[in-house]
Design a protein around this ligand. Structure first.
Ligand code: KG4
Ligand code: ZN
Length: 337
């Protein structure tokens, strides 16, 4: 079954063709980073306008790459939640038109569940596993018991992990997106220069949750308070110490979940999965089987949407042309009934 996947939930405009939920026939990802850079963050109005301009050419490019024609497409899968409403609407409207025009079934897909499906596109992963999804919009520690059964164990109570990187870089004027810049600067710095605090959340209720607002305030407003004697306040030292604090915070929660559940297989996803300190820490953790999908499949992409969409369609799930979008998804247990 050839499924076309459409992803437009944030600032990536992506279309993919995937056969039987597994074999990627074409994968186009058009990133809008250059258009959001002047604002040091994603501007929702710009994002939806760019999706409107790009979605048709990106679809045509994907089709050309696959060597298929519209008639070869068996179904249309589209991200309809969670994400920026205006951006989601563009992808969903396009998907509806395509499904209607081709007279093929339509299925709406949960973007977060799709991120945790992504590694299945390049490897055979057994369940259960723990998922760590870190990007500009998500900070999730979860347990996956099957493709369609996710239990969110922890999340952020304020900023997302990647967002914290972006905001710190924006404050110091280091560039956008902040994550990659900080990662590069940190390589020349000393992470012992500052001892930034962990989040102080009520541990009983928030065992696996994180909070980045305190860390951000410490870095931006109270730098000197956390500086260790003998270390200069260089941008590289600030970057290295912040990166360590931001990543350690979430890795600590993940390792708690590993200890509590006894599940030692961990899948990492989202743009922050590129972080070199995160990779070093997880790969040096004892007895952990860590899977990092390739960078294209870690970031927002349509292949994961087509892949997960295939499994929903095979079960007989269908959406109508009244398919709606949602900015957030409620509930910590996301299991398709
Ligand atoms: O998944 P993604 O590409 O898309 C959105 O969230 O929209 O993630 C982008 C996020 C940004 O916040 C960026 O700063 C962060 O991932 N990021 C990184 C690194 N590369 C990208 N954060 C830390 N270290 C990196 N090397
Ligand atoms: Zn995402």
């Amino acid at each position: 079954m050839n499924v076309v996947g459409i992803e437009s939930s944030c600032d990536e405009c992506s279309v993919a063709l995937v056969a039987d939920g597994k074999r990627i026939q074409a994968h186009q990802v058009a990133t809008q980073i250059d258009f959001h850079r002047p604002y040091s963050g994603v501007v929702p109005e710009i994002a939806s306008r760019k999706h409107t301009e790009w979605i048709l050419p990106v679809y045509r490019q994907a089709l050309a790459e696959s060597g298929l024609t519209g008639a070869d497409i068996d179904a249309v899968a589209v991200t309809n939640r969670p994400g920026l409403i205006g951006s989601l609407v563009v992808g969903v409207s396009f998907a509806k038109a395509l499904a209607f025009g081709l007279d093929r079934p339509l299925i709406g897909v949960d973007h977060v569940l799709a991120h945790l499906y992504a590694p299945q596109l390049e490897t055979e992963l057994r369940y259960p596993f723990l998922g760590l999804l870190l990007s500009g919009g998500h900070t999730i520690v979860c347990r996956m018991d099957s493709i369609l059964d996710m239990q969110i164990l922890g999340t952020t109570i304020d900023d997302a992990c990647g967002e914290a990187f972006d905001k710190v870089a924006k404050f110091f004027g280091w560039g956008y997106p902040g994550g990659a810049v900080i990662d590069r600067m940190a390589a020349a710095g000393d992470e012992r220069a500052f001892s930034f605090p962990d989040a102080s959340l009520h541990k009983g209720e928030h065992r696996y949750d994180v909070s980045y607002s305190g860390l951000k305030t410490a870095v931006v407003n109270q730098l000197e308070r956390f500086r260790n004697p003998g270390y200069p306040s260089t941008p590289q030292n600030i970057a290295a110490s912040f990166q360590k604090a931001a990543i350690d915070m979430v890795v600590r929660r993940l390792l708690l979940a590993v200890a509590d559940s006894g599940i030692r297989r961990v899948v990492v996803g989202g743009g922050v999965a590129a972080n070199s300190y995160l990779r070093r820490s997880l790969c040096s953790a004892r007895d952990l089987e860590v899977v990092f999908p390739s960078p294209l499949l870690c970031a927002d992409n349509a292949a994961m949407i087509a892949g997960l969409g295939y499994h929903l369609l095979r079960r007989g799930d269908r959406d109508g042309l009244d398919l709606d979008v949602a900015a957030r998804v409620s509930g910590f247990r996301r299991v398709y009934p």
